[in-house]
Write a protein that binds this ligand. Structure first.
Ligand code: PIR
Ligand code: CA
Length: 310
């Protein structure tokens, strides 16, 4: 059993990541925290609570965190995820209350209260909350088991030619998180662009016949149209679920250790995750990058987890 805190900005693929984390028999979802990104903080937080209501997620805290990056101007991906940040399905009213703590404080409290090496952080959005938590309480760094994040890519970006959205949304926060010294695994576009919700995969999920399965179908419908019109994809990549899937079953990804630097000053490369792929990683390297994905294994995990939510 692996305990995780999911730090997200739902977001269609974040919503699937939440469902995987909740439904997986090998993941103990300890908390869900939110950060600005796909939409404003208010909207993505509302969406997280709405997804919780759809899936009956209960008994864990939900907390909202940063509403803007550490240094830069706020930018959202509103065009992509729609006005609500989760356009497509109708969201029910929230069924759980928001924890009054800032997300960074909740993360600190949970990590400090748990035995060392037991909690994995899974950020699937801008890294602002995680960076704030590491700065506010540095003792969490050696206590966290690992950070498995969706973001970046060594083969190019999606928001600019060089940068992926989550890293570009707050590059200084990414710099802090990648350099903190805890183990960081980057599930970037190199692998998530292969985790596509094809019609076959969606049909398998719809065949489950549950309300959550129908919800996923509606989510993927909107996301597919967005990806078709904005980025010329035939099927939408379900980025964020890949990070959760790797925690559930490390065989989903092929991973290699490599130093990763976040570009903070480039004219054309701001927010780039520059991986040094020359030779074996130097001793002391704490960052790893995902280079391969077992796509059928990934979808089997997702479908099984959704099937368990009733
Ligand atoms: C997805 C995202 C942002 C922009 C686009 N075009 C698509 C969100 C996803 O939620 C994921 O976490 C990451 N950012 C992919 O870049
Ligand atoms: Ca996300």
């Amino acid at each position: 059993m692996r305990s995780i805190i999911l730090d997200c900005d739902p977001g269609h693929d974040d919503a699937v990541a939440m469902l995987l984390a909740w439904g997986s028999p090998v993941i103990d979802l300890v908390a869900v925290t939110t950060v600005f990104g796909n939409q404003t903080l208010d909207r993505v937080t509302r969406n997280a609570l709405g997804v919780a209501a759809v899936a009956g997620i209960h008994g864990i805290p939900f907390a909202a965190g940063a509403d803007r990056p550490l240094v830069r101007e706020l930018a959202t991906a509103g065009d992509f995820h729609g006005e609500s940040g989760l356009d497509g399905p109708e969201l029910p009213a929230a069924s759980v209350a928001l924890d009054p703590r800032h997300a960074a404080q909740l993360i600190i409290d949970l990590v400090m209260a748990a035995p060392t090496g037991t909690i994995t952080l899974v950020p699937t959005a801008a890294l602002t909350n995680i960076a704030l938590a590491a700065r506010l309480e540095p003792r969490i760094v050696p206590r966290v088991r690992e950070v498995v994040l969706m973001g970046g890519g060594y083969g190019g970006g999606n928001w600019t030619a060089a940068a992926e959205f989550n890293i570009l949304a707050d590059p200084e926060a990414a710099h802090i998180v990648f350099g903190a010294g805890w183990p960081v695994t980057m599930a970037g576009l190199d692998v998530t662009h292969r985790a596509l919700a094809t019609p076959d995969v969606v049909a398998d999920i719809v065949a489950l016949g549950t309300p959550v399965a129908r919800f996923v179908d509606e989510l993927m419908g909107f996301f597919r149209e967005s990806y078709r019109s904005h980025q010329g994809f035939e099927h939408p990549p379900v980025h964020d679920a890949v990070a959760v899937a790797y925690v559930a079953d490390p065989a989903v990804l092929t991973v290699r250790r490599a130093p990763v630097s976040i570009e903070l000053t480039g004219t054309h490369t701001l927010g780039m995750t520059l991986a040094d792929l020359r030779g074996p990683a130097p001793d002391g390297t704490t960052t790893s990058i995902a280079t391969g994905i077992d796509v059928p294994r990934f979808w089997a995990l997702v479908t099984d987890a959704i099937a368990r939510i009733r």
